[in-house]
Design a protein around this ligand. Sequence first.
Ligand code: SAH
Length: 241
Amino acid sequence: MSGKVYIVGGGPGDPGLITVKGLKVLRQADVVLYDRLISPELLREIRNGAELIYVGKERGEAEIQEGINALLLKKARMGLTVVRLKGGDPYVFGRGEEECLFLIERGVECEVIPGVTSAIAGPAYAGIPVTSRWYSSGFSVVTGQRADGSAMDLDYIPKKGTVVLLMSVSRVEEVAENLMKVRSERTPVAVIEKATTEGQRVLTCTLRELAKTVREHNVTSPALIVVGEVVELRNKLWKFK
Ligand code: SAH
């Protein structure tokens, strides 16, 4: 009989941010396939004798994704309990749906265990709520890069509310330029690097200064950008060092 694959959200970085359910299956797994952004502390939770396979990849590498799919299928068909551990939430730019679909289409049982996404927890750890009764009645999570490498789709940038941008730092000039077509250049912005980890760094500026700030401070991946008035609340809510 075929085993089962759990696609588990590992949370944004702080190992304490995996769910109770996610941790439970991680501890039961026979095989764990994990991504680039997974905390080493979480990996220590696997049981003795379980197999740990690193499958980190740069975005868009189709062959590697095919290899991961094939490996998940192979391990499940060996009757094993497989955990596919992903950063944040598997369904927020995590390609969890592709892996799950691939398995289901081949008759393998697959369950997705949601995770705490960096898009919400990252801002929270920087003292920024994504919504606020005073500042914002909604938020959008948008990628600055599309799978085919083409320019950002402006239709995804709403006129109001908070915008959280993932995968946007390497193309920050283009992203900032696009945002300024929809939002005032005076809009407050925060850049959060390595959110929820020991190495978390937060920079704040206005939309106009965004690209310059990212380049001057040498911000590297993983990092996310928060755009909107909610960034102002950081001054009052930020309680970390
Ligand atoms: N599924 C993930 C997102 C995957 S896309 C989630 O729900 O969080 C990868 C992008 O997420 C990175 O380019 C970066 O923009 C963002 N990201 C993930 N972890 C991050 C972290 N710890 N700090 C800042 N940004 C992070």
